[in-house]
Ligand binder design. Structure first.
Ligand SMILES: [Zn+2]
Length: 392
């Protein structure tokens, strides 16, 4: 099949004015039909088409295409009090995604005064990212060394620094061969061995043994991709060599290093690892169907979703949007904090300190107060504070 297409392609390339192009295509078409390939192709794509049709139907079913999403809009007091806020959020999003031209354009049109301040940290972050993508880890290593105090609180080189060195080691092995890789290992691995990285270093040393096989495999693969020899399947189905180190050599390692660097750099800048704007949009998309339903129900009861200060129901967004544990007092509905911690009553119910103080103040001096959720009584003194574990 490939050869038929190729010869037709060559014929077309050679075609000069006056050549009957349609005839060449016609010949290709009839030879495809003769080989019964069209039938085969149709039957394999049939499944795909059915799936696509199903997806369309599922989409229509899950989102009401005619729904007016504006009904779920709620006023944002912060945006009203700070006019440039939305433009700044957008500009910062573009800067962190590395789309500097777009960010600059938006900042200039919106008249943002602090655009340079927003831009600078992301500009240097993207310079390093670009180098990582170009297979140059030097700037990333330089950054990791300069940030040791923050990246490795217990002192010495950080785990991230070691990962960069491992990647560089494998890259050296693949591009410059065994002895260059060995000397790289000698120069850079020693300080990491004592920091729990010895097993990883041993594994990397194992790569030295298997490197040749990996290189051979890569060559085979490339040859096969170029379509050399019609028996491509036979080459791919050859004896499978043990590949314990294949994952260390996969291109995915570079992507992982780039995203780890971006995450660490953002976290040292005091920024979330994912763009806050993308997160908000994604959360909004999850909540939208429930909000629209709520708006419709409230409209039927002559209420306005936009007018209520707090949503009358909770909308679950799922674990993807859980970033930290929060406790909301069931009485006051306030989130707990260091100055208003959650307290455990003897009955097992939990209220925030301020609510407990209010309940205690209502009861007579020296008398216990009744739990709002059960008949048991409690005293304000000696209640245990609760601490919620951090979510990873
Ligand atoms: Zn209780």
């Amino acid at each position: 099949m490939a050869s038929m297409a190729r010869s037709a392609e060559q014929e077309l390339e050679r075609a000069v004015e006056g050549t009957d192009v349609d005839a060449i295509i016609g010949r290709l078409k009839s030879s495809i039909e003769e080989a019964g390939l069209l039938k085969e192709l149709n039957s394999t794509t049939k499944e795909l088409h059915t799936s696509i049709a199903k997806l369309g139907k599922a989409l229509e079913k899950s989102c009401d295409m005619d729904a007016d999403v504006c009904r779920a809009l709620r006023p944002c007091p912060a945006a009203a009090s700070e006019p440039g806020l939305l433009a700044r959020v957008l500009a910062e999003h573009f800067y962190r995604e590395g789309r500097f031209e777009l960010g600059d354009c938006l900042a200039a049109e919106a008249g943002l005064m602090d655009a340079e301040q927003l831009r600078a940290p992301y500009a240097s972050m993207h310079e390093v990212l670009e180098q990582i993508r170009a297979r140059n880890l030097a700037p990333a290593l330089q950054w990791a060394e300069s940030q040791r105090a923050a990246l490795s609180p217990e002192g010495g080189p950080s785990a991230f620094e070691f990962r960069l060195h491992s990647l560089n080691f494998v890259h050296t092995l693949q591009t410059q061969g065994r002895s260059a890789a060995l000397s790289y290992a000698r120069r850079h691995f020693a300080p990491h061995a004592g920091r729990g990285q010895l097993p990883a270093i041993q594994r990397l040393m194992g790569c030295l043994v298997f490197a040749d096989r990996e290189v051979q495999r890569k060559r085979d693969r490339e040859q096969q991709e170029r379509g050399e020899g019609e028996g491509g399947a036979a080459a791919g189905g050859g004896p499978q060599l043990p590949q314990p180190y294949a994952e260390l050599m996969s291109p995915g390692c570079w992507d992982a290093a780039a995203s780890e660097f971006a995450r660490l750099a953002c976290s040292l800048m005091g920024q979330a690892s994912e763009s806050p704007l993308s997160t908000v949009v994604a959360a909004g998309a999850v909540a939208l169907p429930a909000l629209l339903k709520l708006a419709a129900v409230m409209e039927r009861n002559a209420q306005d979703l936009r007018a209520v200060e707090q949503l009358p129901v909770e909308i679950e967004l799922g674990p993807r949007f859980v970033f930290r544990s929060i406790f909301a007092c069931p009485v006051s509905r306030d989130a707990s904090g260091p100055d208003n911690p959650p307290l455990l009553l003897p009955c097992g119910h939990v209220l925030c300190e301020q609510s407990v103080a209010k309940l205690a103040a209502k009861s007579r001096v020296g008398r216990p107060f009744k739990c709002p959720y059960c008949p048991m009584e409690a005293r304000q003194e000696g209640l245990r504070r609760l601490t919620f574990p951090e979510v990873d």
